[in-house]
Write a protein that binds this ligand. Sequence first.
Ligand SMILES: [Zn+2]
Length: 437
Amino acid sequence: MFKLEKMNLSIKSIVYAGCFFSLISIASTCGTQRPLIKAPSVYEFSQVEVLTVLASDDMEGREVGKVGGLKAADFIQSEMTNIGLVPKGENGFFFQDFNFKPISVSPHGTADGIGLGQSKVVTVNGRNVVSGIDNGAAHTIVIGAHYDHLGYGNEFSLFKGDSAIHNGADDNASGVVAMLKLANTITSQSEKFNAYNYLFIAFSGEEYGLIGSNHFVKNPTIDLTKVSCMLNFDMVGRLKEDNALAVYGNGTSPVWTDIVNEANQGKFKLVFEESGVGPSDHTSFYLADMPVLHFFTGQHEDYHKPSDDVEKINFEGLKSVTGFVEDIVLALQRLEKLEFTKTKDSSREDMSFKVTLGVVPDYMFTEGGMRIDGVSEGRPAAAAGMQKGDIVIKMGEFSVNDMMGYMECLGKFSEGETTKVIVKRGEEEVEIDVTWD
Ligand SMILES: [Zn+2]
């Protein structure tokens, strides 16, 4: 049961993987930080209109560190303001800026989340857009979606033709408008949703490896120990005729399966996957021990191609997915902060490598070696006792100087073999025998 005394207080009228690297540092100089502007009492958020703008050529594929990405951040900020959300980024503003040095990877290499390629040392500036609703509640529900995409077709593109704008209507303008619509519903029906505070984050740098969400979790603008759960929309605009909807991460809290099934009432053919580790931003929150769910309407032939356009969005489907998640948030109102459970993580690693450790590398780490940001249960690293925070510096006879070195090393070992791996754990160097599976 929820806390009534908190609720009464809160009934206030809130009505409301790249070939192209940015050669110029623009993120810090472009765009306008805007403090909260009082919104009109009712704002009718339109998923069709906002998605159409986000997926228009004007946004140039919303690539992190590029003009299009900054334009999209400005536009999302203005929509958050219209909805009546308060800024929750850095220093009382909506933005949270970060930078990173991406490692150039090939589009298909995804072992441990990243592939082979050449290291570059260009800094890319990214920007998360962070907003919220304060209900004076004890806990917060985080709802997120990445807004960045592939610009004119960086190395993560699967398109073979000439440079062309990748509008990313499904990936992930669809998720952004699902999140914003949910925010609009929660502000306009505040009396139904006031057992929690809310944080709405539009992440950037997702396509490069969950960079924006990783940055947020390591540099949070709210107290993460007060977060009940994180809900992530990534690619929810292509609901197919069979009404199949993937719900990933249901193993991250014992309550998820019941809550999700109750909200569904047979509307969707739900495809559950327990693992909290997946190919999107919820992974960053799961690795920081928060229950997560990721909603996804499935792969399609336009994935990471210029043809992922607004004409192919199933807006009725998008609306029903949004409504479904709204029902989940509603069901959460009667629960206290959710219990977190670790999941047995399924492998999403590329078959082109014979073996992998089963770890999530820290993509932001550039200080020598490969730092482990998460260990998948039941895989070689976990079995050998490797830990989050360990820095792999040597595997067998091979030194590991960076992520690339790590990936190259993986090709040298085979299933069943045991290899001596040296990791830096704090000041110590620890020798660990890893048996590849
Ligand atoms: Zn994508």
